[in-house]
Structure formats: C-alpha cells, structure tokens
Ligand binder design. Sequence first.
Ligand SMILES: C[S@@+](CC[C@H](N)C(=O)[O-])C[C@H]1O[C@@H](n2cnc3c(N)ncnc32)[C@H](O)[C@@H]1O
Length: 242
Amino acid sequence: MSRDEIYRQSQSFLDDFGFGESVATVFDDMLERSVPFYAELQRMIAEMAGDFAMPHTRIYDFGCSTGTTLIGLDQAIGPRGLTLVGVDNSQEMLAKCRAKMAGHAFANAVELTRADLNQGVVMENASLALMILTLQFVRPLYRDRLVRAIHDGLEENGALVLVEKVLGESSLFNRSFIKYYYEFKKRNGYTELEIAQKREALENVLVPYKLAENLEMLESAGFRYVDVFFKWYNFVGIVAVK
Ligand SMILES: C[S@@+](CC[C@H](N)C(=O)[O-])C[C@H]1O[C@@H](n2cnc3c(N)ncnc32)[C@H](O)[C@@H]1O
C-alpha cells in the first residue's frame, strides 16, 4: 500500500482536494490513517449488510472509491445471487477499484458505474445502499434530493448505511472534537503541516452537517427507522430503514 504523503511538503498554492490519480494511488493508506476505527466501521457495515442484503437484489455503494466496502461485504456474506454495484465519479478511483477487485474471487456479481451523485441516482431492485464518507462531498444544494432519491430507489424494508464526518452540535464541542481528531491524525504519523494543508484543501469541498441535521434529512426523506450505530467525536455512522 503506497503511503499518503500528498501534503508532506509545504505547498505555496493549494488546489482544492479532489479524487484524481495522486489521491487514488495512496487512498487506502489515507483512509486507514485518517478515519478513526476505519477497519471496524467496514466490519460493522459488512455485518449489517448481512441482515439487509436480500437474495437476488442489488446493493449500491455510492462513492465506492477503491472497493474496500464491496470486497469486505462480499467476503462476509458469501453467495446470495446479489449484484454489487459500485458507483463513483472518479475514473482514477474506479480504475484502482477494478484492479483491487481483480485480486478477489467474488461470490456475487459486481458492476462498476461512473456517475455524478449531484445529478441523482439510478437504482433498481435495491435492498441496501451504502454511502460511506461520500454524502459530505455532495453539494448541499443536492443532498436532500439525493437522499430522497435513494429512499425512493430502495425496496420496502431496504436500508441505507451512511457514514459521515459531522459538526459538533455546539461550537464548543465542535472545536474540541476537531482538536481530538487532529491528535488522532498525529498519532497516525501526519505532521502539523500535513494536517493544516489538507484541512485547507478540503475547505468548501467536504461540507459536514451536524448529526441532528443528517437524522432530520433521513427522516424527512421518508425513512421509518433511523439510528446511530457508530460515533467517535466528529464521525458518525447511521443506519436508516425504509
Ligand atoms: C471519502 S471517499 C469514500 C470512501 C469509501 N466509501 C470507503 O469507505 O472506502 C469519497 C468518494 O466519493 C466519490 N465522490 C465524491 N463526490 C462524488 C460525486 N459527486 N459523485 C460520485 N462520486 C463522488 C469520490 O471520488 C471518492 O471516491
């Protein structure tokens, strides 16, 4: 796995963060060192998928990146005649995903699609949708519409599993959660400069909502049951059932 050193050197001009070749190349290392409990989150998602993935339906992973979630899920739940659909708008991510998936013998069918989630989604016969650290990159203007489209695209009793970075409910906790998060990144080998430059590059690209705002968005989209299955300072995992 290539090490993430994208923001190691001081950069006089910082481009907005994007999911091109340089990020795709180091992405797995970036997530392991930047997302608290990333491996446990993936295990929990696969565990929940085991309960929601109805045989002979389709499972959508919106923002599939390098395919970590779909690979883990397939291994955890085994053959069910499913079609696992990975959706991402980054060609470079999808290329890495294809290469990584080639190293796995899938028990279910797999499809990869390039699409922009700002434009909505196409879903059929879906028992489960996943959006892991991806809704936060969808333009706020389109988020409600997208979540509603995912709800409408799911079969009855189908589920959406959402993982997001969130704002604290008050500015007091927001500040301390961010401080603890940067301490976590330092423990994982990122320097102050790397953390500061990445934060600046992500500004206006990753737009987090509060947990309460995410819950309200899911409820108003029509999900009948909504609950938090994971919370670590400014990271949250939510499961919602139609
Ligand atoms: C933080 S990564 C997701 C990580 C991945 N789900 C995982 O658990 O390993 C966000 C992904 O969403 C994709 N993405 C961002 N904006 C998008 C959009 N508007 N449409 C489709 N994909 C998008 C990016 O290309 C990237 O691969």
